[in-house]
Design a protein around this ligand. Structure first.
Ligand SMILES: [Ca+2]
Length: 116
């Protein structure tokens, strides 16, 4: 249990450095890539089944077998209540996972907006 929690924290801390490295746009591309890795090709959405299957492909068996975690990911991220995650819901969810990123990205986008 404890190790799972730690992994999650590391996962969160990963994002701000990615934004720094890739820039806001590059980071969003990465998020979209992540979405494509996890989606159900036919539906174009992340479903509980596609999440499980694709995490297995990615070698994340531990996450894959944690049905409770996967269900809560979908529940947390699902904004329109259809039980699946679309691309926008996935990206918003990823942002919400990282409080630091939320802060960074706000500054980032404000900057981008003032320069636009
Ligand atoms: Ca949804």
């Amino acid at each position: 249990m404890a190790s799972k929690r730690n992994e999650f924290v590391e996962f969160e801390d990963f994002f701000p450095s990615m934004v720094e490295r890739l820039g806001a746009e590059g980071f969003l591309d990465e998020l979209c890539n992540g979405f494509r890795l996890l989606l159900d090709q036919e539906k174009g959405l992340i479903t509980l089944e596609s999440l499980k299957k694709n995490l297995g492909f990615l070698g994340l068996q531990e996450m894959m077998n944690d049905e409770e975690l996967l269900c809560s990911m979908i529940e947390e991220g699902d904004l329109d209540g259809d039980g699946n995650l679309n691309e926008m819901e996935f990206c918003v969810f990823m942002f919400r996972l990282s409080p630091k990123l939320m802060k960074t990205s706000r500054i980032f986008f404000e900057e981008a907006l003032t320069h636009a």
